[in-house]
Design a protein. Sequence first.
Length: 366
Amino acid sequence: MAGIVSRLYRGETRIGFIASRKRWYLASLILIVICVLSIAIRGFNYSVDFAGGTTYRIQVAGTSLTTNQVDTAFRDEGVTPENPPSKVGTGSSRQIVVSLSKLTAQRQEAITASVAKKLNIQSSKMNPNFVSSDWGHNISVQAIQGLIIFLIAVSIYISIRFQWRMAVGGIVALLHDLLIAAGVYSLVGFEVSPSTVVGLLTILGFSLYDTVVVYDKVAENSRDLLAGSRMTFSDAANLAVNQTLMRSINTSLIALLPVAGLLFVGVGVLGVGTIKDLALVLFVGLASGAYSSLFLATPLVVDLTERDPAYKALTKRVVAKRASEAKRAEAIESGDLAAAAAAAPRRAGGPAPAPRPGARPQRKRK
C-alpha cells in the first residue's frame, strides 16, 4: 500500500485511463441521461427571486422561536411557504426567512398582523418584501450572457495555448459539469437562487483549471512525438493523466473539504438553510470538474487527435516497433540469436542483420 501511495505522489502510476475511456463515456452518458430526464420531468424549484412573490425576514433575536413554529403560523393562515423557513444570522441579527407566493397588499397586511400575534412578536419585526420575477429573469439573462462570453474566451485561449482539439475537450467537460450540477439540483429539489447562479459560474473556473493542468502535461509529453516511434499519442496522454493524478486529487480534496463542511455541517447539523444553495452546487461542481478533467476531457482529445493521418501513421509505427521488439525478446529467450538479430529494428546507417545459415554471400559490385 505504501508503495502505491509513493508511486502516486511521484506520478509513476500506470493506470489505463485512456484505454478505459469507453467506460468513462458510458458512465457520463448515464449520468447525463438521468439529469436530463429529471430536468424535463421534475423541473427546478425556483426561489422567490426567480418566480416572484413575497419574502418575510422575521427578526427573532432574543426569542426562542423555531422555524417549525414560524412555518405552522403561516400555514394556519392558509398560506404555504414555497420552501421550509430558514435561519439567517446569529445573536442579535438572527432572523427566519419565509418565502411565499405573490400576495395582494390587503392579504399581506392581514397575514403580517395575524402571524405576529401568533408568534407573540411585534408586527414591525415581520419585514415583508415583494420581489418581482423580472429581477430573476434579468439575473438569468446576464448569467447566460456571461457564460457564453466565458466559453468563447476559453475556447480561444486553449486553441492558441494548445490546440483546437483541446478546446473542444475542455468545453465539453465544462458543459458536462454544468449539466450534472443542474441535474442534481433538480433531483434533490434544492431551491435555485442567485447563490446557485454564482456557484455555477464559480465551478467553471475550477473545472477549467484542473483541465488545463492536465493539458499542459499532455502537450509536454507529446512534443516532437511525430518525429519518432517511441509512443503513441494515447500513451503520452495516459502518462500525463497519471503524472497529474495526485495533484488533481490534492486540489480537489482541498477544495471539497470546506465546501463539504458548509453543506453537511452548516446545513445538516446547524440548520443554516441559506447557504445550502451555494454549498450544494459547489460540492457537485467541484467533484464533477475533477472527474471530467481526468476521465472526459483528455480522452476526448485523444479520440480527436488520433483521427489525424499523421497520428494514425505514428500509431502504426509504434505498433510495428513493439511487435518487432516482442518477437526479438522471444527469440533471445529461446536462444535463436539469428532470428533475434533479424527482428531487431534497424537504424539508418547501422549494420545489416546477420545472414541466415546457408545463405549465399552477396558479391560486392565494382
